[in-house]
Design a protein around this ligand. Structure first.
Ligand code: NDP
Length: 265
């Protein structure tokens, strides 16, 4: 063993001393990312609406052994966003990593059937919240000239989705917001990237996996996915750790698919 090998240099994926926020961190992909960041060493705050699920995941994060914080936030409540970020900073310290993960689907069936409320809610939950949370976190990151913002895109950021046009429009917008913020914030030492999950087994997609009315759709998407299976939420966590870590200090504006090959087929 040479001197370099024995020097125990920190891993480029090490998140020790970093503070992270994960919106929608109380289940599914957000929970998996929150636990992944904590296991990599970060202090992690989750922000979501359901207090019971928040408490359950806060206890799981506690078990990892890093400082943690769970707070109630509806990301569509614009006035509450900056206050929630401030509470996290008072509890854990300045934000180094923001994961804009909170999301839902408005299965309208198409624009002919699209309610205006459903449309507004989809854009508010995904796109406007991502912008406002990024603005709040980036103002803090800017002062320290470092930070990572990770947004959740989708296959529907790229492909059309007749049944969920509001979701696809919002997720398409997130890609362009990601690229735009990446350019703006690069000189401030802040990297902005997105993860684009393929079909991941969570509550959000339960209907497509389990409802007999959706079985043709389920069969189609499994045939369309080269890996031939649904992904697990945990399979998105490694991508988030990478994008949150010093290993990605020169990576900005990318949309990283975690999709079993869906986007290249
Ligand atoms: P889930 O439905 O399992 O979880 C959604 C999370 O978002 C929950 O924690 C929920 O908590 C939170 N949330 C929803 N609305 C709000 C709100 N208004 N304010 C704060 N938190 C909110 O979804 P997934 O884990 O599947 O999805 C996570 C992200 O990944 C979403 O952005 C989704 O669009 C994206 N994605 C998912 C894919 C998949 O196949 N599952 C594919 C591509 C992208 P609470 O209800 O307590 O607020």
């Amino acid at each position: 063993m040479n001197a370099r090998e024995s020097s125990h240099e920190p891993s480029p994926f090490d998140l020790a001393d970093k503070v992270a926020i994960v919106t929608g961190g109380n289940r599914g992909i957000g929970r998996a990312i929150a636990l992944g960041l904590a296991r990599a060493g970060a202090a992690v705050a989750i922000l979501a609406r359901d207090p019971q699920r928040n408490a359950t995941v806060e206890a799981e994060l506690d078990q990892v052994g890093r400082p943690t914080h769970a707070d109630i936030l509806d990301v569509t409540d614009r006035a509450a966003i900056a206050e929630a970020v401030g509470r996290v900073e008072r509890a854990l310290g300045p934000i180094d990593i923001l994961v804009n993960n909170a999301g839902n689907t408005d299965i309208s069936g198409g624009v002919l059937n699209q309610s205006e409320d459903g449309w507004d809610n989809a854009l508010a939950t995904h796109l406007t919240a991502t912008m406002l949370l990024s603005k709040a976190a980036a103002s803090s990151m800017q002062a320290r000239r470092r930070g990572k913002i990770i947004n959740l895109a989708s296959m529907y950021s790229t492909f059309g989705a007749a049944a969920v046009p509001s979701y696809a429009a919002a997720k398409g917008g997130i890609v362009q917001l990601t690229r735009s913020m990446a350019i703006e914030l690069a000189p401030h030492g802040i990297q902005v990237n997105a993860i684009a999950p393929g079909w991941i087994a969570t509550e959000m997609t339960k209907v497509a996996r389990e409802d007999p009315d959706w079985s043709d759709f389920n069969t189609m998407l499994l045939a369309r996915t080269p890996a031939g299976r649904w992904g697990e939420a945990e399979e998105c966590a490694g991508a988030a750790v990478f994008l949150a870590s010093p290993a990605a200090d020169f990576v900005t504006g990318i949309i990283l698919p975690v999709d079993g090959g869906y986007s290249v087929f």
